[in-house]
Write a protein that binds this ligand. Structure first.
Ligand code: ADP
Ligand code: MG
Length: 187
């Protein structure tokens, strides 16, 4: 892989906040997804209440989900979507790379994009598919296997690392932006 694609993972920036969550069973992951969904809406609301021009709209949120196959990344995305009011299926975007969701939340419409870049091979695909626009449009972008896109993604607002511990999971969450930090504080 070229340097530009691996750099941000080789030299991660310092986190503004780091928190650890023990998720001993799937219910704990579902509960965390519920708190995270509330935190996203609260962070967006706080932003729209303090900005006085439309140019200062909610900048969106990029969340990178790191962990082996079976670590629970998709489970966490599914829990977040449910808590944001999505009632239908949540497909793993393993082949499509991205699944879009238009959500009607209690605080207004919200666009969410669920990426799984496990099969991502060619950076040109990124530009051709218009993925960049998703990240610039005030949307929530939840990205499984962000390592596969390396530097294309830039530094996320939040990074969630999931690891197996016994029968359960441990989530290490790091915030790299003020939006990410305020979100993580209320999880
Ligand atoms: P990934 O997307 O990381 O490959 P999935 O979410 O598809 O992983 O699968 C994770 C598996 O682990 C699922 O079978 C799910 O039921 C289980 N799981 C998820 N969270 C937990 C948890 N906190 N404790 C135990 N099992 C979990
Ligand atoms: Mg998955």
């Amino acid at each position: 892989m070229p340097d530009s694609l691996t750099r941000s993972f080789a030299n991660p920036p310092a986190a503004l906040l780091e928190r650890r969550f023990d998720l001993p069973d799937e219910d704990a992951t579902l509960a965390f997804g519920g708190r995270f969904a509330k935190a996203i809406l609260a962070a967006r609301l706080a932003r729209s209440n303090t900005s006085n021009t439309s140019n200062e709209r909610f900048p969106g949120l990029q969340v990178q989900l790191i962990g082996d196959l079976g670590a629970g990344k998709t489970t966490l995305v599914r829990a977040t979507l449910r808590a944001l009011g999505h009632a239908g299926r949540v497909r793993s975007p393993t082949y499509t790379l991205v699944e879009p969701y238009s959500l009607a939340t209690e605080t207004g419409p919200l666009e969410l994009y669920h990426f799984d870049l496990y099969r991502f091979a060619d950076p040109a695909e990124w530009a051709d598919a218009g993925f960049r626009e998703y990240f610039d449009a005030g949307a929530i972008c939840l990205v499984e296997w962000p390592q596969r896109a390396g530097g294309l993604l830039g530094v996320p607002d939040l990074e969630f690392t999931l690891e197996q511990e016994g029968e359960g999971r441990v989530l290490i969450a790091r915030a790299f932006s003020e939006t990410g930090k305020s979100c993580l504080e209320s999880c």
